[in-house]
Structure formats: C-alpha cells, structure tokens
Design a protein around this ligand. Structure first.
Ligand SMILES: [Zn+2]
Length: 192
C-alpha cells in the first residue's frame, strides 16, 4: 500500500488504534499521534520529503486525493480518526495559516466547506471537528506543511464502516471511501 508518509516511512498500521477510543475529539488534538509522528515528522525538512508535496504527483487512487483545486487539494487522511477524515492542503509547502495568500485562504475555506457538504451527502454525519494543529507544539503530525482536518462525527462514532483491523482491510476501506467521496464531490460540482 502506498503511504502518504513517503518512501522511507513505513506504514505503521500497528498504531492505527481505530476502534476502542471513545473520544475522537481528544485524539484529534493529541500531539503524540499515530504514524505520521512515528514516521518522524523531523524527517520532513522540505518539499522533497513531504508527503503533502508528494501526494499530488501521484494518482488520486494512490494518494487518496478526493479533489484537486487550483491552489488547494483535498486528501483522505491515511490515518483517520473517523472514516471520511479529510485533510485540506495548499499545494504550496508552507507551515502556517498566516502564510496563505488571500487567494489560497479563499480556496482553503471554500474547499473546507465543500468537504463538509460532500461528507454530509455521502455519510450524513451529525457533526464535524475542523481544525489545524499549528507547529509541533500544537500537535501537527506534519508541521512543515499546513493542513486542515475535516473530521465527520456521528453519535457513538463508528457506525459508518465496519471496525477495521488489518492492513488489507484498511487499504480496501480507504480506497472505497476515497472513491465515494471523490464521486460525490464530482457530482456536486456538476450539479447532480
Ligand atoms: Zn509539503
């Protein structure tokens, strides 16, 4: 399976810990999290080894991209807190929200809104967590490249998809989720 973590970053499925954590919100803001961190965010020193810079260069299926905008793209989180957990990223390798240009900020906001609409259409979540972890201290897994989390929430979270246990199942499920979200996004743009 291809990893958003780059060539030298083995997929740390052992850290997935999808089931059994009752409070996803708490996990969203936990800095010591999952495989992006385990892969070593310190290794992300520039564009050449940044998963968010590498992702657009591969196919949507490989990178789990659900939408490519002009300045900003939307990708499924490889290590989701919930199924359908999306990341809204500028193509530019910038770390901080204040680094965005006016144009990037507008598209960043618009695609965050559209991500919510599409997820509502696909999976009818009853709530969302939106947020950016800024800096290592702020809990960012990849602090060097800005990304906004869009996490759909359901009462009792975990009803949307079967509980996920292994690498194979995760690959399959992420692929399915990506396809669903990408199709819904495309349909929404075409007014279907
Ligand atoms: Zn980057």
């Amino acid at each position: 399976m291809s990893s958003l973590g780059g060539e030298s970053d083995p997929v740390a499925i052992d850290d997935f810990e999808l089931p059994g954590v009752p409070d996803a919100f708490q996990r969203l803001w936990t800095p010591h999290r999952l495989a992006y961190v385990k892969g070593g965010q310190e290794q992300v020193t520039g564009k050449h080894n940044c998963p968010f810079c590498e992702a657009p260069g591969r196919s949507d299926e490989e990178s789990l991209i659900v939408h490519r905008g002009k300045l900003v793209f939307v990708v499924l989180n490889l290590y989701p807190y919930n199924p359908g957990h999306l990341l809204v990223c500028p193509y530019r390798h910038v770390p901080d929200y204040t680094d965005l240009t006016v144009e990037e900020s507008a598209e960043f906001a618009a695609l965050t809104q559209q991500a919510m609409r599409v997820l509502r259409h696909v999976a009818n979540p009853s709530g969302f967590n939106l947020g950016m972890n800024q800096g290592v201290t702020g809990g960012a897994g990849i602090a060097a490249h800005l990304h906004q989390h869009v996490v759909p929430r359901w009462g009792g979270d975990g009803n949307f998809m079967p509980i996920i246990a292994g690498t194979k199942a995760i690959t399959q499920t992420l692929g399915d989720v990506r396809q669903q979200v990408a199709e819904a996004w495309n349909n929404a743009e075409q007014g279907k």
